[in-house]
Write a protein that binds this ligand. Structure first.
Ligand code: HEC
Ligand code: HEC
Length: 450
């Protein structure tokens, strides 16, 4: 791995000569891939050695394949459930992109999940799971085990008129439950979340904790603050993955997803996710202890760590360049940071010391009551969300079936996404609203170029 950066650079250079994979400023950027097609989120970074590419593709098959109920012929791939949401990682991260919420109440949650909790503090200082339904609503179960039920999502529409006269329709979700498998759910805090895009994960993982702490401490204009989420027991770990930065590392995020979303145990989570009252769930046969071995976890981690980020497009267009200036001027870049640098990367040394353009600070921000889910998640309040990286966002509608934005996929356009910004982002939003139509279009063209 030691020489990976050099190899990345060389291969990036060669790749550029062949395919024109140049960064926004014309520099060679080895972590990017010059692909603006439907598979743009599925490419390995340039410069992986043969053995690393093999590992990447092993990880990819584990991410894409459907897990099966134990016992099965191939005991490496069994252990699904007993309770789960989907059969595969890729079900909620199609083509490694983001998930979508249901459009109407009759539609199933395909790539969205609900986090649950009740007031109080739970394991490792996190949210306290619902005593019966746990910390995530599982709509599916293996034969012989009762699924938890069905969640139904309805949209409430409202309208906003901008100073230039244009009207934008906004919607927010309302949730209810049907066919509950384990009795009334009672008072419960619910956080609906769609799957996130998973490109560039290794780079975000390698941004030093100290950088995030420095960003949080920095004085910022417009009342923007931003802080790190802290998780676990002393010394608390710094959170950076998930919509509320409630996971400290890529490895923890992956193992958490295997357990919570597929019901697959690992050395990080040895217990199946059954609550004490879910008796059949506790009795069900397992697919091994643990079901996912460390070598498999390593492969999935390697895969996600080395998924390249698509290179920007249309960077030379005057409209896009004007939009980039406006993005900084109205204050978007206070949170959506255009430049970060990775530090040491003990697991993947090749990802160390790389300049990246993720358009995030990885901090959580108070985004106002409009986006609040009313559910604290470690140190993050209901109103606080992690700034999502905007790299690749211009391809969201191509990679997924539809373009949907924000943690619950409520926004159907980039404009809607920005209009939901409140709290610390209020000033930036107001300036965005006050832009002349052509300026707003330029800013949106810049976002589409990312
Ligand atoms: C049921 C849908 C669903 C499935 C299945 C699923 N995910 Fe996710 N994924 C999500 C959601 C929702 C989030 C955001 C989680 C949060 O905010 O708590 C997420 C977040 C992530 C992230 C963090 C991205 C970021 O920018 O912070 C990674 C990495 C990830 N998932 C990997 C996986 C892996 C690996 C699997 C398979 C083991 C998987 N996911 C299966 C829905 C899903
Ligand atoms: C105070 C910090 C902050 C500022 C300032 C800010 N944002 Fe955001 N932005 C966020 C957070 C946090 C979210 C995620 C909110 C959510 O999911 O509910 C977000 C989400 C978005 C999204 C949706 C991303 C996705 O993956 O779905 C877009 C697009 C976006 N912001 C653009 C902008 C633009 C354009 C501006 C300037 C007008 C701006 N933001 C200013 C913090 C900020």
């Amino acid at each position: 791995m030691g020489g990976l950066l050099l190899r990345l650079l060389l291969a990036g250079l060669l790749g550029c000569l062949a395919s024109g994979a140049l960064g926004g400023d014309g520099q060679v950027v080895p972590w990017q891939v010059a692909d603006a097609g439907r598979e743009a989120f599925s490419r390995p970074m340039a410069g992986l050695a043969e053995a690393e590419r093999e590992r990447f593709f092993r990880g990819r098959s584990l991410f894409n394949q459907s897990w099966v109920v134990a016992p099965a012929k191939d005991d490496r791939l069994d252990g699904l459930g007993p309770l789960y949401n989907r059969l595969a990682c890729v079900s909620c991260h199609a083509r490694n992109g983001r998930g979508l919420p249901p459009e109407s109440p009759g539609e199933r949650m395909q790539s969205m999940l609900l986090r649950l909790s009740v007031p109080g503090v739970g394991p490792r200082g996190g949210p306290r799971p619902h005593p019966v339904y746990g910390d995530q609503f599982n709509e599916e179960a293996i034969p012989g085990v009762m699924p938890e039920g069905r969640a139904e999502l309805r949209w409430l529409e409202s309208r906003r008129r901008l100073p230039d006269g244009s009207v934008v329709s906004l919607r927010r979700p309302r949730l209810s439950f049907r066919e509950l498998g384990y009795g009334a759910i009672g008072q419960v805090r619910i956080s609906p979340r769609v799957g996130q895009q998973v490109v560039g994960m290794g780079l975000l993982d390698a941004v030093p904790d100290a950088t995030l702490e420095a960003l949080a401490a920095e004085a910022k204009p417009d009342g923007v603050k931003g802080r790190v989420n802290r998780i676990g027991s002393e010394p608390r770990e710094l959170g950076r993955f998930g919509h509320k930065a409630n996971m400290s590392s890529l490895r923890a995020q992956i193992a958490g997803a295997f357990l919570g979303d597929l019901g697959i145990t690992s050395t990080l989570h040895r217990q199946e996710n059954c609550t004490s009252v879910q008796a059949a769930c506790r009795r069900a046969l397992t697919g091994g202890e643990p079901e996912l071995d460390d070598a498999q976890l390593d492969d999935v981690e390697f895969y996600l760590a080395h998924l390249a980020v698509p290179a920007r497009r249309q960077v030379a267009l005057p409209q896009v360049q004007q939009g980039e200036v406006l993005f900084a001027r109205v204050g978007c870049a206070s949170c959506h940071r255009p430049a970060l640098r990775t530090g040491d990367s003990p697991r993947f040394p090749g990802l160390a010391g790389v300049d990246i353009a993720p358009y995030t600070d990885l901090l959580i921000h108070d985004m106002g009551p409009g986006l609040s889910d009313g559910r604290p998640d470690f140190q993050a309040s209901g109103r606080e969300w992690r700034t999502p990286p905007l790299w690749g966002i211009g391809l969201a509608g191509l990679i997924s079936e539809r373009a949907r934005y924000l943690h619950d996929g409520r926004a159907r356009s980039l404009t809607e996404a920005v209009l939901w910004h409140g709290g610390e982002a209020s000033m930036a939003r107001r300036r965005f609203e006050a832009l002349a139509r052509r300026e707003r279009e330029a800013l949106l063209a810049f976002l589409e170029s990312l």
